[in-house]
Design a protein around this ligand. Structure first.
Ligand code: SF4
Ligand code: FES
Length: 236
């Protein structure tokens, strides 16, 4: 029987669950085998609510579940038609505001954005494509930074740092010219493992590790045979 001591009782889509005090809704859901999609939220980095894909409804208000802590008696709507359509529209907006040609991308099958598009059954986005022409920066010896696929989630900025805590990636410019770039000086000596981690932590194909391609064949990649979120939903 579940030990509910020191836990908070909440309701998620009508189901009563028990959550750790101090946990966010996303964490509480995941610890109870319920998937709430996330993109900018990443383990080991403070949530900043950039993407809003984790939106849920509480007391008729839309809230980001990666930044909202649980509280006693909270009633949360998560897996509803309205919320899933909102999440689908966010995925569509991310697709039309960049250039995502999945069949040619090394991250295909390991890409969270692509996997979310499948999960929400995106076919043709309801918004017009903006066809931006952004830079592909291949000047770094280890990494290709493909700006057309960057969704500005900040995961690379927050998680890729050297031993002294210096950030390899940073924001550059503002407004519609905002982009995430690799520091050319620090990046010049980027250790191999960190370059691979940067590619892994990026939810799209915006950061690619140079020199190796298609080591893991298409068809055997993370989301090729199981939808994103099923690893949480299928845990016993
Ligand atoms: S490069 Fe990847 S991890 Fe970094 S902000 Fe862009 S999409 Fe996010
Ligand atoms: S995952 Fe919560 S706002 Fe991006």
């Amino acid at each position: 029987m579940e030990n509910t001591e020191n836990k908070i009782k909440i309701t998620l889509d009508g189901k009563t669950i028990y959550a750790r005090k101090g946990s966010t809704i996303v964490e509480a859901a995941r610890e109870n085998g319920i998937y709430i999609p996330t993109l900018c939220h990443f383990e080991g980095a403070d949530p900043k609510a950039c993407c809003r894909i984790c939106t849920v409804k509480i007391n008729n208000r839309f809230m980001t579940s990666c930044t909202t802590p649980v509280s006693e008696g909270m009633e949360i709507e998560n897996n509803t038609e309205e919320i899933n359509d909102l999440r689908k529209s966010i995925v569509e907006l991310l697709f039309v505001s960049g250039n995502h040609f999945c069949p040619t991308c090394e991250k295909s099958g390991n890409c969270e954005l692509q996997a979310l598009a499948y999960r929400f059954k995106m076919l043709v986005p309801r918004f017009p494509f903006s066809f931006p022409r952004k830079e592909v920066d291949a000047s770094n010896p280890k990494i290709v930074k493909e700006q057309n696929r960057c969704i500005l989630c900040k995961r690379c900025i927050k998680t890729i740092r050297d031993e002294e805590g210096r950030h390899y990636f940073a924001y550059k410019n503002r407004g519609q010219h905002l982009e995430v770039v690799l520091d050319p000086v620090l990046g010049a000596d980027m250790p191999d493992e960190l370059a691979k981690k940067a590619m892994e932590n990026c939810p799209t194909g915006s950061i690619l590790y140079k020199g190796k391609g298609f080591e893991q064949p298409i068809g055997t990649r993370k989301y090729d045979n199981q939808p994103i979120g099923s690893e949480i939903e299928n845990q016993s």
